[in-house]
Design a protein around this ligand. Structure first.
Ligand SMILES: [Fe+2]
Ligand SMILES: [Fe+2]
Length: 174
C-alpha cells in the first residue's frame, strides 16, 4: 500500500469538503435571509453532511498515521441569486462524484481497499446530494417565480400561526 498517496488523496478530499461546508453555509444564510425556508434547510443539511464526510476522511488519515491539513481548497463565492446557487451546488456535487470515483480507483490500484471503499461510499452520498439539488432546479424551472414566492409565503403563514397562538395564550392565561 502506498500510504502517502492515500493520505494525499484524503487530504485533498478534506479540502474540497471544507470548501463545500463553507459555501453551503453561506448559501444557507442567504436563503434564510430571503425567507426561502426549503432551500435554506437543504443547504444547511447538506453542509452538515459534508462536515460528517470530513470526519470520516480525517479518521482515515489518522489511522494511516498522516497529518490532517484541514485547508479549504476554494474561497467562498458570493452567490446570492437562487438559480446560480442551485447551478453551483449541482456542479460541485457532480465534480465530487467524478473526483471520488477517480480517488477510489487510485486507492484500489495502490492496494488500499479501505480508503477505496470510503471514497465509494462518499460517491453514493454525493450522488444523492446532486439529485436533491437537481430536483430543486427542476422545480424552479417548472414553477418559475412561483417557486420562490411559495417558499416566502410558507414562512409568513408559519409566523402568522405562531403570532396567533401567542396572542391566544396571552388572552387566556392558564
Ligand atoms: Fe461530501
Ligand atoms: Fe455533497
Amino acid at each position: 500500500m502506498k500510504r502517502d498517496k492515500s493520505i494525499e488523496l484524503l487530504n485533498r478530499a478534506i479540502a474540497d469538503e471544507l470548501s463545500a461546508v463553507h459555501q453551503y453555509m453561506f448559501l444557507h444564510f442567504h436563503c434564510d435571509d430571503q425567507g426561502y425556508d426549503l432551500l435554506s434547510t437543504l443547504f444547511k443539511r447538506t453542509a452538515i453532511a459534508e462536515m460528517l464526510h470530513i470526519e470520516r476522511l480525517a479518521d482515515r488519515v489518522l489511522f494511516l498515521k498522516g497529518t490532517i491539513e484541514m485547508k479549504a481548497s476554494e474561497e467562498v463565492k458570493q452567490i446570492t441569486d437562487v438559480k446560480a446557487m442551485l447551478e453551483f451546488a449541482r456542479q460541485s456535487e457532480e465534480d465530487a462524484v467524478v473526483t471520488y470515483n477517480n480517488f477510489a480507483i487510485e486507492c484500489g490500484n495502490n492496494a488500499d481497499s479501505v480508503s477505496k471503499k470510503l471514497f465509494e461510499e462518499l460517491v453514493l452520498e454525493e450522488e444523492g446530494h446532486y439529485a436533491e439539488f437537481d430536483d430543486e432546479m427542476e422545480n424552479m424551472l417548472k414553477f418559475g417565480e412561483q417557486y420562490l414566492v411559495l417558499q416566502s409565503m410558507e414562512r409568513s403563514k408559519k409566523k402568522a400561526t405562531a403570532m396567533a397562538a401567542a396572542a391566544a395564550a396571552a388572552s387566556n392565561p392558564a
